[in-house]
Ligand binder design. Structure first.
Ligand code: HDE
Length: 709
């Protein structure tokens, strides 16, 4: 019997679209586990349907004899296994994904005729894949790198893919430079080092020779490149797109995703340690948040520029190395996205999903951004080799919910048994079907925006793309003092790994000096180079002195400490009532407290009860938490344990909010501050919650400097 066509993943996605209900989350979890299980009650069979009697032993001539070639069961199993791996993505190989939905806030018909943006009742399923760029599939999650933020909207009018990043600009202006850029940033060809990072000669050689990269590189040297969580990143469509309404009126837009969880980052020391202690830190964080019902949410917004205002800015809207500062054109919210279901199978969904910026629906269109134009070609091309032929749209995760009849036939991995005799159009044999739909205001066929082009065929960069430093300067000067220091340290760290002195010097003198002389001088000092006295080009500067929206400090989020991880340190002799009180108070804020003991064994409370722990302090070190609390009764035990002292001092060093007891504070030699609090009364908990909301106790930075890392 032919196998049943797998259910469209999009139908089942809709099952999870209700709002999170904590009381039900446990039973939901169990239901999910059952739905995910492979407990089908079915016999083990070969791919040809033959029941298997022995899955333990190869067919042999006698119990100790040679194996026999005729063992078709063993050969089929091993052959399939031999081919389990497919090529990984050439960039963005390391990623993770989740299902969810998008819902429009209202009817945006004045802006676009795209159906999914017109009806606030409409739930559009989405699948999101987040990724790093440089590292291979098994590389660490917390490396300094750009994060991919690719969203597939399964709309009724076809799939719309918004294939963006967590930074709003890019390294190059023209697609023809992409292979050069990628070869430079990838591990070096002779020894395949480094994995996952850009701190090496070929990357800095390239970017120091290509000034158009200056703006993106300073974003990559900022805290944006080490997000605390995939849930806490902004997303950007990068290029300028067009939205077109039913009357054919087009507006230029830039797409933005704003996380309700706020924009927060790791510290560099944490990021490096996490890359070893939990390679899957961000993958796990997203998975666990969704499993526990802390569904992450983003608001989709657009900056809208009427066609008539195309040339109103001091940069070119088609240049992908430029932002439109939000102070000049604010972001208009369009709707929200909620991620509420983890994949059932990583390979089938996260690995096989195929995004393409060319997947658009009526009401959305491209611009002539030369980077975007090149991308329109590249994605399908790469997927033909990665996914083994041109039928990858038939893989369940890639199938649209809209029907897709056409006359494309055959090719590798064809799953559809096409019926009918006419696979051409026009035809009279099959009644002329499938037929074209003329463009119309609504539900019409796709019609490209009729942009008038009157030009010479040339290879030339527009002069309007020529200013590479004004916005990099705007970015640096819009940062808080702390963020500026982090940028200086990141350049110094990365360039410190560059072996060739002339590359270090070129980056300082020909790039950083044009961005900001103080930045250049500070990095030069850390590299032992002379401070440049002036830049090498005349930088015209930006329309704005500062763009506050660029600083992540101005994006604290709106969900309080929901889903934040708090370590509760326990040991034998702990006051059970104090643990209870702290845990309840944290859960009331929807935070996720974890009890950590000296080992994974339960500890004994002061009144002799067994208290199970979630993990040991070694198994879940402080770098995995957003805050630390110490209940009563464990001062002595913690103060005499090297493991616990390291945990607490490292948390202090990383500016975490902490609740300690007075004795412990004294024995650690620390001082109270805005986020280092004593006791377990409600007002202390309230102050702790505030400090976790602020993400770090930035005021502590100077005091924490002397604590060893
Ligand atoms: Fe990509 N990019 N890219 N890129 N990109 C790929 O497509 C490419 C660019 C982005 O989770 C590849 O299926 C070119 C900008 C994301 O599956 C490939 C150029 C932005 C992902 C490709 C760019 C992106 C990719 C590799 C310059 C942000 C991961 C595998 C012209 C707006 C999608 C694949 C996922 C993946 C080409 C530049 C985002 C090779 C030629 C700018 C998020 O086709």
């Amino acid at each position: 019997m032919p196998s049943k066509k797998p259910d469209s993943p999009k139908q089942s996605q809709l099952a999870g679209t209700d709002t999170p209900d904590r009381a039900n989350s446990n039973s939901k979890l169990q239901a999910l586990e059952v739905a995910r299980s492979d407990a089908t009650g079915q016999a083990l069979r070969t791919n040809q349907g033959v029941r298997i009697a022995d899955n333990q032993n190869t067919l042999k001539a006698g119990p100790r004899g040679p194996s026999l070639l005729e063992d078709f069961i063993m050969r089929e199993k091993i052959t399939h296994f031999d081919h389990e791996r497919i090529p990984e993505r050439i960039v963005h190989a390391r990623g993770t994904g989740a299902h969810g939905f998008f819902q429009s806030y209202g009817n945006h018909a004045e802006l676009t005729k795209a159906g999914f943006l017109q009806d606030p009742e409409k739930i559009t399923p989405v699948f999101v894949r987040f990724s790093t760029v440089q590292g291979p599939r098994g590389s660490g999650d917390t490396v300094r790198d750009v994060r991919g933020f690719a969203v597939k909207f399964y709309t009724d009018e076809g799939n719309f893919d918004l294939v963006g990043n967590n930074m709003p600009v890019f390294f190059i202006q023209d697609a023809i430079k992409f292979p050069d850029f990628v070869h430079a940033v990838k591990p070096e060809p002779h020894n395949e080092i480094p994995t996952g990072g850009s701190a090496h000669d070929t990357f800095w050689d390239f970017v120091s020779l290509v000034p158009e990269s200056a703006h993106m590189v300073i974003w990559a040297m900022s805290d944006r490149a080490i997000p605390r969580s995939l849930r806490m990143m902004e997303g950007f469509g990068v290029h300028t797109f067009r939205l077109i309404n039913a009357q054919g009126v087009a507006s230029f837009v830039k797409f933005h995703w704003k996380p309700r969880q706020g924009v927060h980052s790791l510290l560099w020391d944490e990021a490096q340690k996490l890359a070893g202690k939990d390679t899957d830190f961000q993958r796990r964080d997203l998975w666990e948040a969704i499993e526990t019902g802390d569904y992450p949410e983003w608001e989709l917004g657009v900056q809208i520029v009427p066609e008539a205002d195309e040339h109103k800015f001091d940069f070119d809207l088609l240049d992908p190395t430029k932002i439109i500062p939000e102070e000049l054109v604010p972001v208009t919210p369009l709707g929200k996205m909620v991620l509420n279901r983890n994949p059932d199978n990583f390979f089938a969904e996260v690995e096989q999903v195929a995004f393409c910026p060319g997947h658009i629906v009526p009401g959305i269109d491209f611009t002539n951004d030369p980077l975007l134009q090149g991308r329109l070609f590249s994605y399908t091309d790469t997927q033909i080799s990665r996914l083994g032929g041109p039928n990858f749209h038939q893989i369940p995760i890639n199938q649209p919910v809209a029907p897709n009849h056409n006359n494309q036939r055959d090719a590798l991995h064809q799953h559809v048994v096409h019926k009918g005799r006419a696979s051409y159009e026009p035809n009279s044999i099959d009644g002329g079907w499938p037929k074209e739909t003329p463009p119309a205001a609504q539900d019409g066929g796709f019609e490209s925006y009729q942009e008038r082009i009157d030009a010479h065929k040339i290879r030339q960069r527009s002069e309007s793309f020529g200013d590479h430093f004004s916005q990099a300067r705007l970015f640096f000067q819009s940062m808080s003092a702390t963020e500026q220091q982090h940028i200086i340290k990141a350049y110094s760290f990365e360039l410190g790994k560059v072996e060739r002195e002339h590359i270090r010097a070129r980056q300082v003198n020909e790039i950083l000096a044009n961005i900001d002389l103080k930045l250049a001088a500070a990095v030069a000092a850390n590299l032992g180079l002379p401070a440049p006295k002036a830049g090498t080009v005349q930088v015209k500067g930006s329309q704005l002195a500062k763009s506050p929206s660029l600083s992540q400090m101005n994006h604290p989020g709106v969900v309080g400490i929901k889903g934040r991880k708090i370590a509760v340190l326990v040991a034998d002799g702990v006051d059970g009532a104090s643990v209870d009180k702290l845990v309840k108070a944290l859960e009331a804020e929807s935070a996720r407290p974890k009890l950590l003991g000296p080992t994974s064994a339960p500890v004994k409370t002061a009144d002799g009860k067994q208290l199970p722990v979630d993990a040991s302090m070694e198994g879940m070190p402080s770098i995995m938490f957003d805050g630390i609390v110490v209940p009563n009764g464990v001062d002595k035990a913690l103060a005499s344990s090297g493991l616990a002292k390291h945990f607490l001092l490292e948390g202090y060093k990383h500016l975490k909010a902490m609740v300690l007891t007075k004795d412990l504070l004294n024995s650690l030699g620390l001082k109270e501050d805005k986020g280092l609090l004593l006791g377990d009364e409600q007002k202390v908990i309230d102050a702790f919650v505030k400090a976790v909301e602020g993400h770090r106790v930035w005021e502590r930075e100077a005091a924490a400097e002397s604590i060893p890392a």
